[in-house]
Design a protein around this ligand. Structure first.
Ligand code: SF4
Length: 407
């Protein structure tokens, strides 16, 4: 089966500075970014040259139905740079009529003028990295923006959505930031709901190696919410959003009817996608390729790739299926769950192997099915909401254990 990816992720690695919880591939630029009359710093222009070269180097270009410009902080780029980026895809790949074109924006580097500049450049969906409305929590997490910036950004996005100038927007929050007690979290949810964002992403804080939070954590100086508060925060998320008409269609994603992110669904469904830019991952035909995370390495990789076209993951041969454990993991993230029989069949196992392996998997999952965290309907398995989704890691760990034993 040969399928051409219909989705592209583009990584813009620049940020003003690194937030205390973040381990992404970013280049902190400080105030350099405001130089040269707002037309972007030399570093950004140089990066865009390599990025554009990489985008053009792909041999099998075909029409795209979703584009996601993420980072880093894409709103550090000016609307002309975003217009050129989208234009490059339009001219060389083609963009479907009605395609979803999303851009992440940061409340600290975003104005209403920028919003309309980005809309004119072709963006029709925005993802606002608010993280919280609470000034103390934001400052404590190393964010540059404050509540007023978030409120202003939300009101511009709401206005643009209500007047039909954008298709959708998402407000992104981090649950369980240090010092976030249930009262503060409820406040964040109430403030969020005042703007009725069509989509809300709620990420649980995770402590990553190499971050300021990890250092503080190791020193015992990070005041994370305790277990009771974590449970209360999850309950509030569930109650507030569901009572306001939102559906949890994936572990971290909630939306009003018809407002699911089409781009994110590509990752969870097992379809292929292009990834472009420093530190980004692509998986056009099943094999993943992550580009170097540092500038020098990325630029060298682009040059070699363009000259010699060495990487087999970027050349369409045969459609290569993802690893089975990854398919189950991605399937369990979404509310529809995963049809185990059909993905077992793709493994080309004998009927006997299918039965044996299924029995072994069911043994690992028995306790989760009995406790109601995991629901089995025929051959389809899905996590219950909210109980199962909150415990997703444990269900996945047991699945990986099963996979290690049989593979
Ligand atoms: S703005 Fe986003 S990408 Fe940049 S450092 Fe902060 S969390 Fe990371």
């Amino acid at each position: 089966m040969n399928k051409f990816p219909r989705s592209a992720y583009i990584h813009i690695p620049f940020c003003h500075r690194r937030c205390f919880y973040c381990d992404f591939a970013v280049i902190p630029l400080g105030n350099k970014v405001e130089s040269i009359n707002g037309y972007g710093s030399k570093t950004i222009n140089e990066y865009l040259n390599f990025l554009f070269k990489e985008i053009l180097s792909i041999k099998h270009k075909s029409n795209l139905s979703t584009i996601y410009i993420g980072g880093g902080t894409p709103s550090i780029l000016n609307p002309f740079q975003i217009r050129d980026l989208i234009g490059l895809f339009r001219e060389n790949y083609g963009i479907d009529y009605g395609a979803e074109i999303t851009m992440e924006v940061d409340p600290a580097s975003f104005t209403e003028n920028d919003l309309y500049g980005f809309i004119n450049a072709g963006v029709n969906r925005f993802s606002l990295g608010a993280q919280s409305f609470n000034n103390q929590l934001l400052q404590n997490a190393g964010r540059r923006h404050n509540e007023v910036d978030v409120l202003k950004s939300c009101s511009w996005l709401k206005k643009a959505f209500d007047s039909g100038q954008i298709k959708s927007w998402s407000l992104d929050l981090i649950q369980n930031l240090p010092l976030c007690d249930p009262d503060k979290w409820e406040e964040d949810l109430k403030k969020t709901l005042k703007f009725s964002p069509p989509h809300v992403s709620i990420y649980d804080l995770s402590i990553e190696n190499g971050t300021v939070f990890k250092k503080l954590f190791d020193l015992g100086e990070l005041s994370l919410p305790n277990e009771k508060e974590v449970i209360k925060n999850s309950e509030s998320t569930n109650n507030f959003l569901k009572n306001s008409g939102y559906t949890r269609y994936e572990i971290s994603s909630y939306c009003l009817p018809g407002q699911q992110s089409r781009h994110n669904k590509v990752y969870w469904s097992g379809s292929g996608w292009w990834g472009f830019g420093q530190g980004s991952t692509s998986s056009p035909w099943g094999i993943k390729l992550t580009r170097p995370r540092i500038s020098k390495g990325y630029k060298e990789w682009v040059n070699t790739q363009c000259e010699k076209n060495l990487d087999p993951s970027l050349i369409c041969k045969d459609y290569i299926y993802r690893e089975l454990d990854e398919k189950i993991m991605l399937g369990l993230r979404v509310k529809e769950g995963v049809n185990i029989q059909s993905i077992f069949k793709e493994q080309k196992w004998t009927r006997e192997d299918i039965e044996i392996n299924l029995r072994k998997l069911l043994k690992e999952w028995e306790k989760f099915i009995e406790s109601g965290h995991l629901i089995k309907k025929g051959n389809r398995f899905y996590l219950s909401d909210p109980k199962g989704m909150e415990l997703s890691n444990q269900v996945l760990i047991s699945m990986f254990r099963w996979w290690d034993k049989i593979s």
